[in-house]
Write a protein that binds this ligand. Structure first.
Ligand SMILES: [Zn+2]
Length: 308
């Protein structure tokens, strides 16, 4: 079964200014690298729909959604926090970024694809139920996971977050929900300075010290993530796929390399094969070295395309 590659033109139009690291060129770097690696032609390409109000409201307050809609500017940039701005195209990009994970969920639930990579912006894992922050407006992965639980008869999902920053938004949305297991690694201390004290028993948060490399990451995955995932028996796996723990990334100080991302993808595919009919959905979060991002995503997607 094919791997879906889901994106939308609006993802390239969301632009927070010429010096912002979360920039449209990130998606161009990924697309170019997938072509250069010979992978693009083997992916099944889809255009993301816009997430509906009802779909967003499963994880965000109605008042918050209305605020984001009201903050959308007619021109220029409107800053929601010092790092997070909306341009006139951002609202559409954010709706389609969440919609990409909805579509991925539908494709996998219907058996049309076995895995999916959502190449979308803005990212989502810092967005809380009622707060935009850290470059994120809507929590894309949370919207997708909630859709699986609400619509497809899925009883258990897992969210795996290997972005270098703690996924505070996803944790805030799902803490205490026994249907959702979240496992994560993140550099600590680092923005957003949360995660060390988990908000619920369904959170497996593993902080890593600055300078940690792939060995520390693989130990965390093997010792903490995999036993928890095995016990939870998720029926779909969602990856908050940030690649800013790469050693070349300018925003943080971990030292992962491409082979670490390939390794963890293989480990997660094995979990998906055992419990989830192989179903695994990955959505882009961070990753700010354009070259390292392209190379890392290519290795990640290459593994997603392999039948386990
Ligand atoms: Zn990040």
């Amino acid at each position: 079964m094919p791997t879906a590659y889901i994106t939308h033109p609006s993802s390239l139009l969301h632009d927070m200014g010429p010096y912002h690291p979360e920039c449209p060129d990130r998606l161009r770097a990924i697309g170019d690298r997938l072509i250069a690696a010979g992978l693009d032609g083997y992916l099944r390409h889809y255009q993301a729909p816009a997430a509906t109000h009802e779909q967003l409201a499963r994880v965000h307050d109605l008042e918050y959604i209305a605020t984001i809609e009201a903050e959308s500017p007619e021109s220029g940039l409107n800053y929601l926090d010092p790092d997070t701005a909306m341009c006139p195209d951002s609202l559409s990009a954010a709706r389609h970024a969440a919609g990409a994970v909805i579509l991925a969920t539908d494709l996998l639930a219907k058996g049309e694809c076995r895995s999916a990579f959502c190449a979308v912006r803005p990212p989502g894992h810092h967005a809380e139920r009622r707060r935009a922050m850290g470059f994120c407006l809507f929590n894309n992965v949370a919207v997708g996971a909630a859709h699986a639980l609400a619509v497809h008869g899925i009883e258990r999902v897992a969210i795996i977050d290997f972005d270098v920053h703690h996924g505070n938004g996803t944790e805030e949305i799902f803490a205490g929900d026994p249907r959702v297991l979240m496992v994560s690694t993140f550099q600590h201390p680092l923005y957003p300075y949360s995660g060390v004290d988990p908000l619920g028993p369904n959170m497996v948060n593993i902080p890593l010290a600055a300078g940690s490399g792939g060995d520390a990451f693989r130990d965390a995955v093997t010792e903490h993530w995999l036993p928890a995932l095995d016990a939870h028996r998720p029926q779909i796996l969602y990856i908050s796929a940030g690649f800013d723990a790469h050693r070349e990334d300018p925003l943080a100080n971990l030292k992962f390399v491409e082979s670490d991302y390939a390794w963890v993808t293989r480990e997660l595919i094995a979990v998906a094969a055992k419990h989830a009919k192989g179903r695994i959905i990955s959505a882009l979060e961070g990753g700010y070295s354009l070259s390292a991002l392209g190379r890392s995503v290519a290795e990640h997607v290459r593994e997603l395309m392999v039948e386990s």
